[in-house]
Write a protein that binds this ligand. Structure first.
Ligand code: GLU
Length: 415
């Protein structure tokens, strides 16, 4: 049976039976159902018997655009676009179908997080409904386009709700794709709304406050400590999820966060240099070269591991220490560079920058044509190379420059 998004169906498989509304699914083999209890389940289409109970229970908006809401517009408040991509935080939002292209409006936003009432006028939009481990460059592009359209339509700030696992990659992707005159703030939640320790409300409230403020960059706003007292504002290209479950899992690497939002007073403190609201014109360069590999070198890994990059457009290596790999790798790296594949070196040390001028291995790597990415985080470097290969005249040169705050300018490796 051909069930479409928005249809109510019953799916039976072996001794299991599910009833729910079909959500758009990223894999044709699976039917994703939103059950009445709010949970989503995936059902193998081949293995299940599917019965249509009611067609078009929900109307799916194929345009995915924002909709006028019945919540009254308050002229005195700024407008914040709330864009959902999925993850734990979005699972708290009852946006009718949870569908990829469905709208969710101010009522939905306020029903999900009533504490947001009175902080802004909201425009809601759903770009995806996925766990962030399923994020792809295509969704980054759709997201960047949606953010661009919302800002162009007059949003004073944008909040992106995202799963936490790969938030740092998506934030980096948007930081390279977008020049923004307003804040674009990613937020998520480490604990779901049904748990007393959930972080979703405070993170959402602080993200909206940051979206109304003056840091016109792509930011990540998440708990700054294990208490419900403040959220940190991290630059999207310098942040890393450093804990699997703690609410303060996100940290700016190698520096303090840009700033923080005090939850009680809603006061925002910004301590570091940043792009101000209105300083940049809105522009979007969404092209990406998807075929870039990130390879972590570990002892015992033979140079045949580099085969992964043979047909790739670019390679980022997470090397040891100052940026090293086994010396046996160097001739093969030289061949890759010779054949036109940029090879970029980052470090698997959590702090510091690569410097291949200190040891012979490093000098030989430089000789082989490796591009040093300074203190750019390996994941950020991968996203940046994807962007640079599609947009920069000199992608290798772009990797040596800071484009979105990803590369800091301390010059000594131990400084
Ligand atoms: N692993 C999922 C994700 O990153 C769920 C956890 C979360 O939302 O943080 O989307």
């Amino acid at each position: 049976m051909n069930a479409n998004a928005g249809d109510r169906v019953r799916a039976e498989r072996a001794d299991r039976r599910y009833e729910g509304v079909v959500l758009p699914s990223s894999t044709p083999e699976h039917l994703v159902l939103k059950l009445d209890g709010g949970y989503n389940v995936g059902v193998d289409r081949e293995a299940a018997t599917i019965e249509l109970l009611e067609a078009d229970v929900y109307e799916i908006d194929d345009e995915g655009g924002s909709e006028e809401s019945e919540v009254e517009f308050d002229d005195d408040l700024p407008t914040v676009a709330l864009i959902s991509t999925g993850g734990t935080i979005a699972s708290t939002v009852d946006y009718r179908t949870g569908a990829v292209t469905a709208r969710f409006d101010a009522e939905d936003v306020l029903r999900a997080v009533p504490d947001l009432a009175g902080l802004a006028n909201y425009r809601g939009r759903v770009v995806a409904n996925i766990l962030s481990e399923n994020m792809t460059p295509e969704v980054w592009r759709d997201l960047a386009q949606a953010v661009y359209e919302e800002i162009e339509a007059g949003a004073d700030g944008v909040v992106v709700m995202h799963g936490t696992d790969t938030m740092q990659f998506s934030a980096s992707a948007l930081a390279f794709m977008l020049e923004t005159p307003v804040p674009v703030v990613f937020t998520g939640s480490q604990r779901s709304a049904d748990r007393p320790s959930s972080d979703n409300v405070m993170n959402a409230v602080c993200a909206v406050e940051a979206a109304k403020d003056d840091v016109a960059e792509v930011l990540v706003c998440m708990h700054a400590s294990e208490s419900d007292d403040r959220c940190a504002l991290h630059r999207g290209t310098r942040v890393r999820k450093n804990h699997t479950s703690r609410r303060d899992a996100f940290e700016t690497v190698g520096a303090n966060p840009l700033g923080e939002v005090d939850y009680a007073s809603r006061e925002i403190t910004v301590r570091r240099e940043h792009v101000e609201r209105g300083e940049r014109e809105l522009s979007l360069s969404p092209s990406l070269e998807p075929d870039v590999e990130l390879l972590k070198y570990t002892p015992g890994m033979g140079s045949e591991a580099l085969a992964v990059a043979e047909d790739a457009a670019g390679l980022v290596i997470e090397g040891t220490g100052l940026g090293h790999v086994h010396t046996d790798w160097i001739p093969r790296i030289a061949d890759l560079v010779e054949s036109g594949t940029p090879v970029v070196m980052t470090s698997q040390c959590l702090e510091g920058r690569v410097c291949d001028r200190v040891y012979d291995t490093g000098r030989d790597l430089l000789e082989a044509g490796v591009v040093e990415a300074g203190d750019t985080l390996p994941g950020t470097a991968k996203v940046k190379l994807m962007w640079a290969l599609a947009n920069a005249d000199d992608p290798a040169g772009a990797m040596r420059e800071s484009l979105a705050g990803e590369l800091t300018d301390r010059s000594v490796p131990w400084g």
